[in-house]
Write a protein that binds this ligand. Sequence first.
Ligand code: ADP
Ligand code: MG
Length: 143
Amino acid sequence: MNRTIEGSFQLIGGDFTNAGESSMQLKQKLTEIELGKDIIKKAAVVAFEAEMNVIIHAAAGWLRYYITKQELRIVIEDMGPGIADIELAMKEGYSTAPEWVKNMGWGAGMGMANMKRNCDEMKVDSVVGEGTTIDIIINLNNS
Ligand SMILES: Nc1ncnc2c1ncn2[C@@H]1O[C@H](COP(=O)(O)OP(=O)(O)O)[C@@H](O)[C@H]1O
Ligand SMILES: [Mg+2]
């Protein structure tokens, strides 16, 4: 009854061919274990934005998830440039995505704000020149 369901996906910077694959597989898993529609929608947004950020901004990373009766936790850890000013990065419309990424339709600067809006807790840890870890919790009780 206190079982944790967990899994992980490897992410590769610049790999736009497989972009969205990890969040799609997580979404499938959540559907399979019959979490509510609202939870699945929130988790899909969070996972997709986080996955895209690793692909756009970092070199490589992991998306891991842990599901208990109480919560869905998604942890995205990357090796990359890190984020110097986290508060600024959270602002809607702020983006350092290069022009060619923007030309593909990414890099609107809404990802971090979207993640924040679709979870109950979001913790960002980053070391410039090393990488970023984002720890997200979506409560599964009364939501
Ligand atoms: N994993 C990451 N590694 C390095 N920088 C990041 C990462 N995630 C976000 N950022 C920084 O935060 C900014 C805002 O992120 P976001 O809101 O997702 O917008 P976007 O990805 O469209 O630029 C990015 O442009 C980038 O400067
Ligand atoms: Mg983004």
